[in-house]
Design a protein around this ligand. Structure first.
Ligand SMILES: O=C(O)C(=O)C[C@]1(C(=O)O)C=C[C@@H](O)C=C1
Length: 297
């Protein structure tokens, strides 16, 4: 079973379907923490959640829920193009309210200003929750994933709605720690480091990656919520923890930030990015091992 951020008809469901086998049962949850809780408790084997959008950035609910509570690690990622449909009840009157997930609303701000300038904009838990609420008569229109009309019999007012062409959202499939996915040669590793309050800690973390030729693909900070000024850094980098350079770098991050949580090494959905020279790390480790055994210099 695979939990996903639902209800039915979210972009996350689409991402989950891309990962799941046809026999897999997909179970919707109305919030990201609830979907992750299902995987943590063993009620489902996996959970699929959105993690970042190319226009609006990180999904804070996912970031916080992955850094706190029982550990979960990502085993796969998916990247979906994001374009919206605007849905309303058949025979609707003037659109006075339009609802959607905050990330979706941020991606159609200009479209709404141009096409529905006087409509009140309301946030809902997800794009599909907005469609469901429109069907229930709570709002006049929803900004939803195109697949939402399969689940909610609504009229399509507009399709292909997006202020930024080629917007994309990245999703993760997570589960409790277990055997890691095999390295593929185009993997991503995610960690979250809680930074101690000292001079230069962030520079130190970045230097550890740079020194080893490791490509940083994302860094975000979120407050720990404990103390003002105390932050966690979410770091994504190219490579797999089983590779010597990446493993070495993660150990170095842990030395600087003892509260470092491993969030997974998994194949990248979109290949690309320079890969650190593994061969040099392997050769150096062999040389060191020879020196220690008195066989080389
Ligand atoms: O509400 C949904 O359909 C979701 O899957 C969430 C989500 C997000 O969190 O960014 C996913 C893709 C879109 O960017 C808009 C909303």
């Amino acid at each position: 079973m695979l939990a996903y951020f639902g209800p039915q008809g979210t972009f996350t469901e689409q991402a989950a379907r891309g990962f799941a086998s046809p026999q897999e049962e997909l179970v919707p949850f109305d919030t990201v923490p609830a979907a992750l809780a299902a995987a943590r408790s063993g009620a489902t084997q996996w959970a699929c959640v959105p993690v970042e959008n190319s226009v609006e950035g990180a999904v804070p609910a996912t970031m916080d829920a992955l850094a706190e509570g029982e550990p979960l690690v990502a085993v796969a990622e998916a990247v979906l193009p994001v374009r919206f449909s605007v849905l309303a009840r058949p025979g609707h009157g003037r659109v006075r309210t339009v609802a959607s997930h905050p990330h979706a609303l941020a991606q159609v701000r200009h479209w709404l200003a141009e096409h529905l300038p006087s409509a009140e904009v309301v946030s809902t838990a997800s794009t599909a929750a907005a469609a469901r609420a429109v069907l229930n008569g709570d709002f006049d229109a929803a900004v939803s994933a195109p697949v939402a009309v399969r689940h909610y019999p609504l009229e399509v007012l507009a399709t292909d709605v997006a202020d930024v062409r080629d917007a994309k959202t990245r999703f993760l499939v997570v589960r409790p720690p277990g055997a890691l996915p095999e390295p593929t040669g185009h993997d991503r590793t995610s960690v979250v480091c809680t930074a101690p309050d000292r001079v230069g800690v962030l520079a130190d973390l970045l230097a550890e990656l740079a020194l080893r030729g490791i490509n940083l693909t994302r860094i975000e900070s979120r407050p720990t919520k404990g103390r003002l000024g105390e932050y966690r850094f979410y770091i994504d980098l190219d490579g797999h923890v089983s590779e010597p350079g990446v493993g070495d770098a993660l150990a170095a991050l842990h030395r600087h930030c003892p509260e470092t949580r491993f969030l997974g090494s998994y194949p990248k959905a979109e290949p690309g990015g320079p890969v650190a020279g593994n061969e040099e790390f392997v050769a150096a480790a062999e040389w060191l091992s020879d020196v220690r055994r008195g066989r080389g210099a």
